[in-house]
Design a protein around this ligand. Structure first.
Ligand SMILES: O=P(O)(O)OC[C@H]1O[C@H](O)[C@H](O)[C@@H](O)[C@@H]1O
Length: 290
């Protein structure tokens, strides 16, 4: 591993110091514009809050910080496959990069006071995923949050990649929110063997909801006390998820907190998966604010 990057806005810390649950190395970013916490494992943003605004991300009070286990909350990046691996369902859900250590390759302050962190991850190809690939994940942290993904297929043949930023948003009560921006779109219902339906009106969360919108619009709005808006570039899939009380009771890191968040995830999965030729690069971006 390369040497740690030192700047006046990054503190190298860990989950023991910040959450009293030792286990993972964390970066604490503090600037006049915002505060963020990022796990080196998965380059996973755990917290983001612009100064004088409400938190943008939900981190479960029951989150576990164990190396090799995904942390419940923030923005885990699911890649190189999203959800259950369709070729071999015994493989871990949501790919492999969310439980691997990423490198902080660069960190700098931009004009205007935003800071930019660049994380990289190289996969050499193994039994989990044969193709080698390289990911660059850039976070711009300011009054809003901007994420950029650059994925390079290092294989000598074409490879399919599916992925998503699996964002957990905080809400007062998931049963009282609406997600706008998916009206009339078709979705695959993951609670009904991926059967296809059409979204009538705005999306609500009366119980378990697990929907995959392909070819989805670029803007969504989460209507909660202080609305959250998302704008994506080249993210054609939106996945919406809340487990509902019954399923949440079986998730040790969610439990009774299931009403406090909604996942509105952006990426390219199912029919929108990226087919990358040998050496091909693809990019996508997501901006979130409230
Ligand atoms: O528990 P995880 O592996 O983090 O997955 C959490 C959820 O992620 C996505 O939203 C999927 O559509 C859901 O089916 C899944 O349950």
């Amino acid at each position: 591993m390369s040497e740690q990057i030192h700047t006046n806005f990054i503190e190298h810390t860990d989950s023991g110091a910040l959450y009293n649950k030792p286990g993972l190395d964390l970066l604490l970013v503090q600037t006049p514009l915002c505060r963020a916490v990022i796990a080196r494992q998965g380059a996973q943003l755990l917290e983001f809050q612009a100064t004088d605004r409400e938190p943008l991300l939900w981190l479960s009070p029951k989150a576990q910080f164990e190396p090799g286990k995904a942390v419940r909350g923030g923005i885990p990046l699911c890649l190189p496959w999203f959800g259950i691996n369709r070729v071999d369902p015994a493989k871990p859900k949501h790919g492999l990069v969310r439980t691997q250590t990423w490198e902080l390759a660069a960190a700098k302050e931009l004009a205007g006071g935003d800071v930019e962190l660049v994380f990289t991850f190289r996969h050499n190809g193994d039994e989990l995923f044969a193709a080698p690939f390289f990911c660059e994940f850039t976070m711009r942290l300011g009054r809003e949050l901007r994420l950029l993904l650059r994925l390079e297929n290092l294989a000598e043949a074409a490879v399919e990649y599916s992925w998503a930023w699996h964002t957990y948003f905080p809400v007062e009560s998931v049963r009282e929110i609406e997600v706008h921006g998916l009206e009339h779109a078709e979705y695959l219902d993951n609670t009904r063997e991926l059967a296809r339906f059409r979204q009538e009106g705005s999306l609500t969360f009366p119980g378990e909801v697990d929907r995959v919108f392909e070819n989805a619009p670029a803007h969504q709005k989460i209507l909660t006390r202080n609305p959250i808006t998302t704008h994506s570039d080249n993210c054609h899939s939106v996945i919406t998820w809340n487990p509902g009380a019954e399923l949440a009771a079986t998730l040790a890191d969610v439990g009774e907190h299931c009403g406090e968040f909604v996942c509105v995830e952006h990426g390219n999965a199912f029919a929108d998966s990226w087919q990358l030729a040998a050496g091909e690069v693809a990019e996508a971006a997501l901006t979130i604010q409230r």
